[in-house]
Write a protein that binds this ligand. Structure first.
Ligand SMILES: [Zn+2]
Length: 58
């Protein structure tokens, strides 16, 4: 299972959005949007799944 992280556009911090998925699922939904409340700045951001940061791949 992969945990998805996104970069907050306001604080530039990498945040854990609490979404865990399998890599196969991830590839299937990579064009979908995730709308999540950001723990770093408190705003709601919309991210495209393919913009996710995978720490293992970094
Ligand atoms: Zn944010």
């Amino acid at each position: 299972m992969e945990r998805l992280y996104f970069v907050c556009p306001v604080t530039r911090r990498t945040i854990d959005v609490g979404v865990v998925t399998e890599i196969g699922t991830l590839l299937r939904i990579k064009s979908e949007k995730l709308r999540t409340r950001c723990p770093a700045c408190g705003n709601t951001h919309e991210w495209i799944v393919r913009e996710a940061v995978l720490p293992k791949a970094a």
